[in-house]
Design a protein around this ligand. Structure first.
Ligand code: BGC
Length: 679
């Protein structure tokens, strides 16, 4: 079975060296560029990059994957990355990574072009839905989990390295970013993906950073990724426009041009022949790819059964993930869960109630054999107990309003679709207006004006502003793009067969004025240190819903925060413990979150920064002690003058609670001496 040997060499390096030494320069250079799409019988394409048959070196066969193995007909469609970020559940994410890895491997592929781990700087980013959220700690833990799961079967490719979070200008935009912001806000999750996750490959972004395209950015590729982080896998470009030069790319450490040779191939051969690219650089790049092919056993058969693709087990996992990712944002008068035996007739309203709405149609698009819509979920699971009517439009007439008025409850399904947000060029691109369309706002308001018990099921890949209609409704469940089993999960949640446990992985602002600027016109943008909850905390504003927020059908009490030590040094891991009790009527899961403050720091820091979290499932009345480890080195800041991480001697306050704005417990942690660390 494919998998990394966890760093045990077993003669691997010697084999890599010997194989590279046996190759001609033509064979070596050929491996440094993709050889195009591999059409599949049922439509869709995989992407290839050659091996060397005579030496038994297999090709790479790649497929996208942020929400499922994208080109394979019938592969399981999971909730999008942002939804999975909302689970705050790395153990679940690991199982999803493994499921995608299995489905790809059994379909003949061996490199998954996932996970997307760009930090969500602004919810207008068209591809927000692919990533896990706005915080490096959350991104890091989810990335590691996905990669470790997937890499039991295939190579994973965290992308897009780095600072890639604008779609409409993605091929040309230059992101100006100071080194501290780059190191602390935009790179840590990539580092963790490499060092803890053991990612085999990395895909560069299309954009440039500080004047150098990511695919030829010496600082990002050679200095940080390969030298400082010791990455021994390979770097591939993003597709077509992700490679911008022959010499610059080869010298800066781009190992593989995808999906075809434009700047590599013959141009690279010529550059080696005339001495402008040293053959040793080619040897290194090829060695990196051969190393991963051997390490992961890509030359061996997978031994997997084709039935795993879209099979029962993976569909059940997709349903579990959809339920775990929903965030209950409002639930006045305990409107939810609905009690089926106390209702006789409900009306499900809106076009999206019966639309397969799984997300963007760009590279992350999938081909599920079926999608369970919210209406189908409710009808199939509860249609025998109650009458379920559907008004399948977004503009209501007087007859619709009468049906709504006389119903026992109204469920409005609305939000965003692939028409509103997605990948640039092949999808809808960035979303500049963060509200719903006027029609959909009116739909909610009309329903709520005619029935007091109006529940909104909201779909979309990122933050949605809702000030104008939020006060009108009783309950609000954010379900993101919940994947092909989403309809069942939504029905389970509405009727209390599942209890919401998702927490926002991003801030939901009241409006644009609570966000840093988003400019998708200019080709020169600056990313500064503060965004998301960091930005709001700094300027003292209250969002609509804060980072980390989410309600439940039960209630929890947290108590007794203590730490394994109150004084710590570089390299220590401090274990914080908290008792969590389910004080309400239903089984449910809570996410305990730890935030740290840096009062007295020599540099401006985030007011409160997520330092760790854990999700725990509890029966009514049950108490469990959870433990959240915090690596002290993660408290360091990057000193731009010294060009080094500095761990300050500070008295930190560490807060525990259930959202970034609900932190009832605190304790102190003294870091004892100022010191340089690696982070
Ligand atoms: C996207 C990548 C994707 C690649 C291959 C590019 O346009 O930016 O995320 O992996 O296409 O489909």
């Amino acid at each position: 079975m494919a998998c990394s040997d966890g760093g045990n060499d077993n003669g691997l390096e010697a084999r890599v060296k010997s194989l590279v030494a046996q190759m001609t320069i033509e064979e070596k250079v050929a491996q440094m560029a993709g050889d195009g799409p591999i059409p599949l019988a049922k439509g869709g394409v995989l992407w290839g990059a050659p091996g060397v048959e005579r030496l038994g070196i297999p090709p790479f066969i790649m497929a996208d994957g942020p929400r499922g193995v994208s080109p394979i007909q019938g592969a399981t469609t999971f909730p999008v990355g942002m939804a999975r970020g909302a689970t705050w559940d790395p153990a679940l994410e690991r199982r999803i990574g493994a499921a995608m890895g299995r489905e790809l491997r059994v379909s003949g592929g061996n490199v998954l072009l996932a996970p997307t781990i760009n930090n969500l700087r602004h919810p207008s980013w068209g591809r927000s839905q692919e990533t896990y959220g706005e915080d490096v700690q959350l991104l890091s833990q989810m990335a590691v989990a996905f990669i470790q799961g997937a890499q039991q079967y295939v190579l994973a490719t965290p992308k897009h390295y780095a600072a890639n979070s604008i779609e409409d200008t993605r091929f040309q935009v230059d992101v100006t970013i100071d080194e501290r912001t780059l190191r602390e806000i935009y790179l840590p999750q990539f580092r963790t993906a490499i060092i803890e996750g053991g990612a085999a490959a990395v895909m560069t972004g299309y954009n440039s950073v500080n004047g150098q395209f990511c695919g030829e950015n010496e600082q990002l590729l050679k200095q940080i990724l390969k030298t400082e982080w010791g990455f021994n896998g390979f770097v591939m470009s993003d597709w077509v426009f992700g490679t911008q030069s022959t010499l610059g790319s080869a010298r800066s450490g781009l190992d593989l041009e995808m999906p075809l040779a434009r700047f590599y191939g013959d141009n690279l051969l010529a550059a080696v022949a005339d001495g402008s690219v040293a053959e040793s650089l080619v040897d290194e790049a090829v060695g990196r790819m051969v190393r991963k092919k051997l390490e992961f056993g890509l030359d061996q058969s997978s031994g997997l059964d084709a039935g795993v693709v879209g099979g029962e087990e993976h569909l059940a996992l997709a349903r579990e993930a959809a339920a775990a990712s929903a965030v209950l944002l409002k639930n006045d008068a305990d409107t939810l869960p609905l009690n089926a035996s106390a209702l006789s007739r409900i009306v499900v309203v809106g076009v999206l109630a019966d639309t397969a709405n799984t997300g963007d149609r760009g590279s992350s698009n999938t081909r599920p054999d079926f999608v369970v819509t919210p209406l189908q979920g409710v009808q199939q699971l509860f249609g025998d107990a109650i009458t379920v009517e559907h008004i399948g439009k977004d503009v209501l007439d007087p007859a619709d309003l009468e049906r709504i008025e006389s119903a026992d409850a109204v469920i409005v399904v609305t939000g965003l679709t692939a028409e509103d947000e997605g990948e640039g060029l092949i999808g809808a691109g960035d979303r500049l207006d963060l509200g719903l369309s006027r029609e959909r706002v009116q739909l909610i308001r009309d329903a709520a004006a005619n029935n007091e018990r109006t529940i909104v099921i909201l779909q979309g890949g990122s933050a949605i502003t809702m000030g104008e209609w939020l006060p009108d409704i009783e309950a609000l469940l954010m379900v993101w793009y919940p994947g092909q089993m989403g309809g069942y999960a939504i029905a389970d949640l509405l009727f209390g067969r599942a209890n919401p446990s998702g927490k926002l992985p991003i801030t939901f602002p009241t409006g644009q004025d609570q966000l840093p600027p988003f400019d998708n016109q200019s080709l020169l943008v600056t990313y500064d240190y503060f965004h998301g909850y960091r930005y709001l905390d700094r300027i003292g504003l209250t969002p609509e819903f804060p980072f980390g927020f989410g309600l439940s059908y039960t209630s929890f009490a947290i108590d007794n925060l203590n730490a394994s030590r109150s004084r710590a040094n570089a390299g220590d891991v401090v274990r914080f413990r908290v008792d969590v009790t389910n004080t309400g009527p239903a089984p449910g899961a809570e996410v305990v979150q730890l935030y740290v403050s840096y009062t007295g720091s020599a540099v401006e820091r985030t007011e409160l920064e997520l330092a760790g979290f854990t999700k725990v499932m509890l029966d009514p009345g049950e108490t469990k002690t959870v433990e959240i480890p915090v690596a002290v080195n993660n408290l360091a800041y990057y000193d731009v003058t010294q060009k080094a991480w500095v761990l300050e001697a500070l008295r930190h306050t560490v807060y525990a609670g259930t959202s970034s704005r609900d932190l009832p417990l605190s304790t102190l942690l003294d870091v004892v001496a100022k010191q340089g660390v690696s982070r």
